[in-house]
Design a protein around this ligand. Structure first.
Ligand SMILES: N[C@@H](CCC(=O)N[C@@H](CSC=O)C(=O)NCC(=O)O)C(=O)O
Length: 283
C-alpha cells in the first residue's frame, strides 16, 4: 500500500474490507528508523479520505492501538484512515533510556526535547505533527486537508497539545484518560525535567496551560474512567475542565464509574470518538 520510496512495508492484513499495515522508514526528525501503522478503509479505493492520528501511551508501540482499540470497524464505516506512530525513537543508546517505563524508550511524550543528549533524537512533536503527515500523504490515499488527532494517557496529552498548538492542521481532537496537566504530576515532571532544558518551557507543553491561553474553535471530547488507577496522581481532568471553563473552550468531559485505564475502557468508547472525528472530517 505504501508508495513512498523510503517506506518499507512490514505486513499488511485485510480488516473490515480495508487493510491494516505496519511500516517503517528513516526519520529526519528523530534520526532513527521509525515504525508506524495505518488502517486504510474500503472507501479509500474511491479517492482520498480524511486521516485520524492516534497517539498511544507509555510502554506502547505502533501495534497497540491496531490490536487492542477496536477502531477499524468504525473507521471503515466512516471512511477514515487511522495512523498510529510508535511512542518514541528506539535504540538510541542514551544513558538510562531503557531503565524506566515512564522515560526514554516507549515514553517520548510527543515533545521535542531540548536537553542533551535527548534533543538529538527525541523529537516526537516534530515527527508526529510535521514529518509523519508528509510520509502518509506521499504513500497513502489521504486527504491531508482533513486531519484529526486523538490518543490515550501520555498520547492524550500529545493529542491535546498538538491540536491546541496547530488549529490550522487538525479539525478535531479527543482523548481517553489524558495526562491533562503534566507540569503538576509525577509522570510529567519526570519527562519534562529529563527532556526539557529549562523549566520555563514546561507550560508550552501542558494542555491545561495552553487551553487556558488559547482555546480551539471546535469542541474537545474526553472520556475518563473513574476507577482509573492513575486518575488521582497523574491525570488531572478537573484542572483541564476548569481551564476550559475560564477560556470558553467547548469541552465534553465524560466521567465513567467503574472503568479503569486499560484498552477495555478505550474500546468501550471508541465508537463515540470515531463519530466525534467523523462529524468534523467527513463531509
Ligand atoms: N505500570 C505499567 C504502566 C504502563 C501503562 O499502564 N501504560 C498504559 C498507558 S499509561 C500512560 O501513558 C498503556 O496503554 N499500556 C498498554 C496496554 O496495553 O494497556 C507498566 O509498567 O507497564
Amino acid at each position: 500500500m505504501a508508495k513512498h520510496t523510503s517506506v518499507e512495508t512490514g505486513s499488511e492484513k485485510r480488516c473490515f474490507g480495508g487493510t491494516v499495515g505496519f511500516y517503517s522508514h528513516d526519520s529526519e526528525a528523530t534520526g532513527t528508523r521509525m515504525n508506524f501503522s495505518v488502517y486504510v478503509p474500503p472507501a479509500a479505493s474511491e479517492g482520498p479520505v480524511p486521516v485520524l492520528y492516534y497517539l498511544a501511551g507509555l510502554t506502547c508501540t505502533e501495534e497497540t492501538f491496531q490490536i487492542k482499540a477496536g477502531a477499524q470497524r468504525y473507521a471503515a464505516e466512516h471512511g477514515l484512515i487511522l495512523v498510529a506512530p510508535d511512542t518514541s525513537p528506539r535504540g538510541v543508546g542514551n544513558p538510562g533510556e531503557d531503565e524506566d517505563y515512564d522515560f526514554g524508550t516507549g515514553a517520548g511524550f510527543y515533545i521535542d526535547a531540548t536537553r542533551e543528549p535527548w534533543s538529538e533524537n527525541y523529537n516526537m512533536y516534530s515527527y508526529v505533527s510535521r514529518e509523519l503527515p508528509e510520509v502518509v500523504a506521499a504513500g497513502f490515499p489521504a486527504d491531508t486537508e482533513r486531519q484529526g488527532i486523538f490518543g490515550h494517557s501520555m498520547g492524550g496529552h500529545g493529542a491535546l497539545t498538538i491540536a491546541l498548538k496547530n488549529p490550522e492542521r487538525y479539525r478535531s481532537v479527543s482523548a481517553f484518560a489524558p495526562i491533562c496537566n503534566p507540569s503538576e504530576v509525577p509522570w510529567g515532571e519526570k519527562a519534562f525535567s529529563g527532556y526539557l532544558a529549562n523549566r520555563s518551557e514546561w507550560r508550552d507543553h501542558d494542555a491545561t496551560e495552553i487551553v487556558r491561553a488559547k482555546p480551539l474553535e471546535h469542541h474537545i471530547l474526553i472520556d475518563q474512567g473513574m476507577d482509573d488507577e492513575f486518575l488521582e496522581e497523574q491525570l488531572s481532568p478537573d484542572a483541564f475542565e476548569a481551564a476550559c471553563r475560564e477560556s470558553g473552550q467547548k469541552l465534553t468531559l465524560r466521567r465513567h464509574p467503574g472503568y479503569d485505564h486499560s484498552y477495555y475502557f478505550i474500546s468501550t468508547f471508541m465508537e463515540d470518538h470515531i463519530e466525534h472525528h467523523a462529524q468534523a472530517l467527513v463531509e
